[in-house]
Design a protein around this ligand. Sequence first.
Ligand code: CUA
Length: 327
Amino acid sequence: MPLLLAVVLVVLTACGGPFPQSALAPRSDFSTSLDHLFTNIFWWAVVVFLIVEALLLYAIARYRARPGAAAPKPVHGHTALEIGWTLAPALILVFIAVPTMRTIFETAGNAPEGALRVEVIGHQWWWEYRYPTLGIGAANELHVPVRTPVQLEMTSADVIHSFWVPRLAGKRDLIQGRINRIEFSADSTGEYRGQCAEFCGASHANMRLRVVVQLDTAFQAWVDRQRAGPTAPAKGSPAELGQQVFRRSACIGCHTIVGISQGKVGPELTHVGSRATIAGALFPNTTDMLRRWIMNAPSLKPGALMPPQGLSAADLDAVVAYLQSLK
Ligand code: CUA
């Protein structure tokens, strides 16, 4: 009994929220139509379940073996019954298929005129975003304005990934050489978590992402900041030393910082200091995490392409100061 009580309590705590990644707490037109579809079909399934169970219980009670009762008469070749139990499930399937098809078309990704376009490129294991109409890019943290249609045009740089932010949109596959689309309009501001939903290698589970839904003014401020060039480090500051270390290290081979380097393998770092997270939205963007990440990324995220960097303690401090200065 205490065990049962404990199980019930554990199950009930799941009802408490705040649902950072639940498709049942939708915050966009896309996820709301999925939620409606699910809820609708769920309650119809409950009705079917109750009818079937009631009939079953009735049959068990009515026809159970009793001492002295005659053996029941088997039914064979009853045309009406056979048509009935073929038609009923077929009708149920049609009943499910029609609203499902309607929702599939509704969420097919056809954006209205004036939607904000964002190109999403999946990498092992992080997300690249490009805003072609705004001339900016970002990584892992997707910023969008609230109550504005957003169209994601998605592809992959390597294997198949799947974009999934349960409270906003998805899942939808990112496939090399193809563009798949999602269109959604978020109805409230906030930060929404998501992750890759298609197995894509060792760190598939570590391929997280965040969508930051902002008021127009906050979004515009973010765009302006991303458009600006990188912050120049102050003369003689640790950040300036860090810039020199960055320039002469392996960093430049893989990362772009506007005006400094043009690497294309890893995420662009021009404004890395303004991000809340690093490493595919896996870790908070703190001094300690940056240090550990630079020194040995694969130990924190299996398969991460960035090899351990053999920097001296002083060089590491400087590079971290530099990256943090890139707001
Ligand atoms: Cu990308 Cu799983």
